[in-house]
Design a protein around this ligand. Sequence first.
Ligand code: NDP
Length: 249
Amino acid sequence: MNIDLKNKVCLVTGGNRGIGRAVVKTLVDSGGVVAFDFREREKPARELAEEITAAGGRAQAFQADITDEFRVKRMVEEIHDELGPIEVLVNNAGVNRDHSFAKMTKEEWDEVIAVNLTGTFNVTKAVLPNFIEAGWGRIINISSIVGQRGNFGQANYAASKAGLIGMTKALALELAGKGITVNAIAPGFIDTDMTAGIPEAVTEKIKATIPMRRYGSTDEVAPAVVFLASEQASYITGHVMSVNGGLYL
Ligand code: NDP
């Protein structure tokens, strides 16, 4: 099977590093034209766009905090003007602010919900009119295994990621008759900055619980995103795809 995104314009939020960065590169490798956003780390974003352009691909970086709905709307207009209407949306940007619930502050709760859940709402809301007008679109939300089964010290993050699964299913139903599919990916533990802060001893304990006995790589998540973005995935909607080494079945 050959996946060809045929110059479809894709937007990946949080594309400058981690899972988003691998998704950007894999979408470009599959023939997509990729806009990606970053919140504050501009250097890796610019370097990624330059690296892709130098290799003959098309990718462009945009700054936008996805919690700022007005900036998000503006960014979507900028992408439309510079690259064309968006056809594939990957809601990847996310944060964690971990504490046991007893110690979790209201600020930590609010920030995680604002980025992971309301930020996804903001970007989807800004992009969706184009999809409806075109009668075609792909939305892929990056949830988490933590949204499926919970995790100690992550009540805010688990609520946001479970919320994304609910949003994915509701939107899939609303958009099924309009040529638009909406799916989620639930990665397990993946090697990125987000997991780099976990102490070594805890990491070893986590790995011992994973049937594959290792963390996944960002390159093991990105192909799942590209498949769900493809024409070939046209009859798949409302699905939550686990990429977790067997940790939650
Ligand atoms: P990283 O911490 O490596 O990267 C997070 C990305 O999100 C960065 O690009 C960051 O931009 C961006 N971002 C954060 N807040 C905002 C915001 N307010 N507006 C715009 N962009 C923002 O994370 P990962 O690559 O590990 O995670 C990517 C996604 O996958 C997240 O949704 C995460 O919850 C999910 N996930 C990760 C897992 C893992 O084990 N790593 C497991 C399961 C799910 P900047 O660099 O500019 O701050």
